[in-house]
Design a protein around this ligand. Structure first.
Ligand SMILES: *[C@@H]1O[C@H](CO)[C@@H](O)[C@H](O)[C@H]1NC(C)=O
Ligand SMILES: *[C@@H]1O[C@H](CO)[C@@H](O)[C@H](O)[C@H]1NC(C)=O
Ligand SMILES: *[C@@H]1O[C@H](CO)[C@@H](O)[C@H](O)[C@H]1NC(C)=O
Ligand SMILES: *[C@@H]1O[C@H](CO)[C@@H](O)[C@H](O)[C@H]1NC(C)=O
Ligand SMILES: *[C@@H]1O[C@H](CO)[C@@H](O)[C@H](O)[C@H]1NC(C)=O
Length: 419
């Protein structure tokens, strides 16, 4: 704190001064007062900041749709699968006409239904039961949008299956327009949509039907190309993972795909993935309002293509698996680990609150729940394949009803109880 001017020093100046001593005292006085005031203001504002800092930390802004708090220490993603033949499945395969033929396992001859009777039980608390009428009321007048690859499409279809039975037949529809699929519930003035963008960024695999390209190329800084279709969404659910896993590197195009001179670089997959995540976050910050909207990100969906991963003999996969992996520490192949690190790193720095659906570990126990050979095939099955079903089993996608309904129960829980 400034001391008032000592009388001696000021009087010594005064004596040398030609100005009237009275006027000079006044000038010096004003000078010191002005310094003093600045200083006071500074001290005061510091005090304010110190007082406010812990308060804002405690009184975190309530997120859109938030109605309460989870029990202290409840990590809904940490738990185990419990056999439940009473409340599962949440709907019947034949009661949901929106399941694409690539996911209708019963219709395509799967001999067992055991995969349908499992409920996810967190260790520290109970999941709130998926309440379809509450979800529909919440979505009234709103646009919910899933963006990503076929696994996110599965979660989208599961959400529609969980809700549609409460809507009369003439008041609902599902239509596809290129990359966009829209489920409309007229009486709720609501849509649930899926947008195909397996890398989120523009890529050479963006055609919603013809996208099985082995030499995959992603274009840097191109999220706007798809993002213009996502604006005015109230709830967004992103995912992206599987398409990045083509080797240790990913091809990144710097300019437009139409450019003659290809300005191409190869980045380690981890760095390319980080670039895409940062693009997504930038898009979200620019286009979403954290007070009115919510953004979710679903982590990597695990596949079960190699039985040695879970200690079985080599050569098998998810085909003919009817039991769960019991090792609670089972994780599977390693590419998931480095991608999970990138996700953790990017989200910990994010200023926009993203709700993370960490479904990787819980789904990794479910070697029994993939579509395997019980699905509509892209091309006719050859006699050689028929003789060796393991060779054409799909160990990536999930039968429906099944695991992806659990992802939506977690989404439901985190929508209303984000913390
Ligand atoms: C979870 O539900 C079970 C049975 O419904 C009940 O016994 C148990 O106390 C609940 N646990 C918690 C943490 O609420
Ligand atoms: C589901 O939510 C509605 C409100 O939207 C409520 O009236 C009903 O009791 C809830 N059902 C259950 C089983 O909690
Ligand atoms: C339907 O919802 C939109 C917002 O998505 C809103 O602008 C519009 O007014 C709503 N219409 C009716 C009839 O409620
Ligand atoms: C499926 O696995 C069981 C053992 O769990 C085995 O007995 C059976 O032969 C297998 N079936 C086929 C068709 O591979
Ligand atoms: C997701 O869960 C797994 C296993 O529970 C954990 O190892 C990982 O760190 C979690 N990821 C993030 C980003 O929180």
């Amino acid at each position: 704190m400034l001391m008032p001017p000592p009388p001696n020093s000021s009087s010594s100046i005064l004596r040398k001064s030609r100005f009237s001593p009275y006027l000079f005292t006044l000038v010096v006085f004003i000078f010191f007062i002005s310094i003093l005031r600045k200083d006071l203001a500074c001290v005061f504002s510091l005090q304010l900041q110190l007082d406010l800092a812990p308060a804002t930390e405690k009184k975190r802004e309530k997120l859109a749709f938030e109605t309460g708090k989870l029990e202290e220490g409840c990590d809904v993603f940490s738990g185990s699968w419990v056999r439940d033949e009473v409340t599962r499945p949440l709907y019947d395969e034949s009661d949901c006409p929106y399941i694409p033929p690539q996911l209708t396992c019963q219709k395509h001859g799967r001999p067992d239904r055991s995969y349908q009777y499992w409920r996810w039980q967190p260790y520290g608390c109970n999941l709130s039961r998926f309440n379809a009428s509450m979800m529909l009321e919440t979505l009234r007048g709103k646009r919910m949008m899933f963006v990503g690859d076929s696994l996110n499409r599965g979660q989208y279809v599961s959400m529609v299956c969980l809700l549609h039975s409460l809507i009369s037949d003439d008041a609902k529809s599902m239509e596809t327009f290129g990359s966009l699929t829209v489920f409309t519930a007229k009486e709720y003035n609501m849509t649930i949509e899926f947008y195909w963008a397996p890398f989120l960024l523009e890529s050479n695999s963006d055609n919603a039907v013809i996208h099985r390209i082995s030499d995959r190329i992603v274009r840097r800084d191109s999220i706007k190309k798809h993002g213009r279709h996502w604006k005015e969404s109230d709830i967004m659910i992103f995912n992206t993972y599987l398409w990045w896993i083509t080797g240790s590197n990913m091809k990144i195009q710097q300019g437009s795909f139409e450019d003659e001179a290809h300005d191409m670089v190869e980045l380690p997959t981890k760095d390319a993935y980080r670039m895409a995540m940062n693009s997504m976050l930038r898009w979200v910050r620019k286009n979403m309002d954290p007070k009115k909207t919510r953004v979710f990100f679903t982590s990597m969906s695990p596949s079960h293509g190699k039985s040695i991963d879970w200690g079985d003999e080599e050569g098998g996969n998810c085909y003919n698996q009817t039991t769960l992996i019991e090792d609670p520490n089972y994780w599977g192949s390693d590419s998931k680990k480095s991608i999970m690190e990138v996700i953790g790193e990017v989200f910990s720095k994010s200023k926009f609150p993203i709700t993370f659906l960490n479904i990787t570990q819980l789904s990794s126990y479910r070697r029994d729940a993939h579509t395997s050979i019980y699905k509509k095939q892209w091309s006719p099955v050859t006699p050689e394949q028929l003789a060796n079903p393991v060779s054409y089993a799909d160990c990536i996608h999930w039968c429906m009803p099944g695991v992806q309904d659990t992802w939506n129960e977690l989404l439901f829980t985190k929508l209303f109880y984000p913390h």
